[in-house]
Design a protein around this ligand. Structure first.
Ligand code: 5GP
Ligand code: MN
Ligand code: MN
Length: 499
């Protein structure tokens, strides 16, 4: 297949390779079906993916997940693993919304408990959870709160009474990055985050009440506490202005301090700090603090959701409603992880014929619009799930299904333990606003599918209309067939609040 002069070879079912040429350090691969590849080929994703292979120290092929689409420098849906000793770390390959992510909260409620009360529920949630561009969060972020959140993440929030002990074990890294360094986050970034602690933000972020419509792997669903017809809550948001400002701060500093590296890259948006440099260490520590902040953000929203459900259903959210966290996964992140990679006769990372052996290497695994999907048995999977693999939560759209997967056995060898993070956009926000009208979309959802959506602005509903996203079922089929993320359950929206 060829798109705009970029040729791809089919390696096997759902695996397409852009062969190495010119200054590419490694090949690139797209994990997609024929139809998803055709959609990925329509925007700038393939060129961006190819450009990313120029980043120094990239090992193994750069990857695009089945939901990939173009982003800032690096495609959304991109996974790039870079040698943490000799390579670099790239803020553009992490993304502006550091630790944007989703978490799912389970409940003991069934669809029958909620039916007929959707509007009451959505109004109460909308009231309790700050959203949109306007300021204000669940708590006022004084200096102690910001410091606690950046330094200690969910641990701080639980200590302050915004969660329960078991929430900790159900986050990646127990909700606290060990290498967070708040001192590398600028004052300006902290000021932007201050009045946003516990707020959805605008656009693509949401809280959605869903019901489980299908269970594909009974035994795993049982471990996750999911049952057909059960009600779950999905929360999607990130690090707000704090993460955005931090990304910006470090991109500017890279331009100033590492112009030489930048000059060699085909796209300035891929700006990277060389591994081992002061700037790389500082960005990594600052990013860790932003990751903690985003976790606290989702934790505070979880707290509000629990309180609201408690009031609406006149019950204790934990004791009666069983509102335990299923899991929290990150979308935009780079982490030092150890993976097996191909190496040459001298032990240097290598691809193709030059790779004569395989060895463990510490890597910056960049996942941008991609979800970690570690399989059963992996030591970083929380004990409660280690027997079945980590939960992977993948939203679809406010008018289509979403999925819970489990990290698949092939994920470590195929995708650095990663899979998709959504359905992926088919069209830009600008295009979407020309194509759809918020009020009409809202009416169609309510009348046609009994989905109750409430948003701060109609434009947001148009920008996020179900029609702007790809076919989630197809994305999940590819993940499942590749064995990187296996289908466990499918959910469908009941009501949704948007930024
Ligand atoms: P992103 O992290 O790239 O902003 O979004 C992740 C995914 O969320 C999108 O690719 C899309 O499939 C999904 N999504 C966007 N809006 C909604 C929504 O309102 N409800 C659900 N369930 N999924 C959504
Ligand atoms: Mn985000
Ligand atoms: Mn996201």
């Amino acid at each position: 297949r060829e798109f705009d002069g970029i040729r791809l070879e089919k390696v096997r079912e759902h695996v397409w390779e852009i062969p190495r040429e010119g200054d590419m350090n490694v090949p690139a691969r797209v994990l997609a079906s024929e139809s998803l590849l055709a959609e990925i080929g329509e925007d700038d994703s393939l060129r961006q993916l190819k450009n990313a292979t120029h980043l120094p120290g990239m090992v193994e092929p750069a990857l695009c997940m089945p939901d990939g689409h173009q982003g800032y420098g690096f495609p959304v849906g991109g996974v790039g693993a870079i040698d943490a000793r000799t390579g670099c770390i790239s803020p553009g390959a992490v993304g502006y919304d550091i630790n944007c992510g989703v978490r799912m909260v389970r409940t003991n409620l069934t669809y029958d408990d909620v039916r007929g009360r959707e509007e009451e529920l959505v109004d109460a949630l909308f009231e309790a959870i700050p959203s949109g561009l306007g300021g204000g969060g669940v708590i006022g972020g004084d200096a102690d709160a910001i410091e606690g959140a950046l330094e200690r993440g969910v641990e701080w929030a639980v200590e302050e009474g915004y969660g329960i002990e078991s929430d900790l074990a159900r986050c990646e890294d127990e909700g606290r990055r060990p290498d967070a360094r708040p001192e590398y986050v600028s004052q300006k970034a902290m000021d932007r985050g201050r009045n946003q602690m516990g707020s959805l933000g605008s656009g693509n972020h949401f809280l959605e009440v869903q019901r489980v419509t299908d269970v594909f792997r009974e035994a795993v669903a049982e471990e996750y506490g999911l049952r057909e017809d059960g009600i779950v809550v999905l929360i999607h948001c990130g690090s707000r202005g704090l993460g955005h400002q931090t990304c910006n701060d470090y991109l500017r500093r890279i331009e100033k301090e590492h112009g030489d590296l930048l000059a060699d890259l085909p796209d300035k948006e891929l700006a990277a700090a060389p591994a081992g440099s002061e700037l790389a260490e500082e960005y990594y520590g600052a990013m860790g603090a932003c990751i903690n902040f985003a976790w606290v953000n989702r934790q505070l929203i979880t707290h509000q959701a629990r309180e609201t459900f408690g009031e609406v259903f006149d019950a204790d959210p934990i004791e009666d409603l069983g509102m335990e966290l299923l899991y929290d996964v990150a979308h935009n992140i780079a982490k030092k992880e150890t993976h097996e990679v191909g190496v040459d006769a001298d032990g240097r990372p290598a691809v193709g014929d030059e790779a004569v052996d395989r060895a463990d290497r510490e890597l910056y695994v960049h996942r941008k619009g991609a979800t970690r999907a570690f399989p059963a048995g992996h030591e970083d999977v929380p004990e409660a799930y280690r027997g079945v693999g980590q939960p992977v939560i993948i939203p679809g759209s406010m008018g289509a299904g979403s999925y819970v997967l489990r990290g698949g056995d092939e994920s470590m060898s195929v995708s650095f333990g990663s899979t998709a993070h959504g359905a992926g956009r088919l069209m830009s926000r600008t295009q979407a606003k020309q194509e759809f009208w918020g009020g009409d979309v809202q009416d169609d959802l309510e009348d046609g599918q009994q989905i109750y959506v409430k948003a701060e602005s109609g434009a947001t509903i148009a920008e996020e209309a179900p029609g702007v996203y790809k076919d989630i079922d197809e994305v999940i089929r590819v993940s499942d067939e590749l064995g990187i993320g296996d289908k466990v359950a499918r959910t469908f929206p009941v009501c949704n609040i948007k930024g």
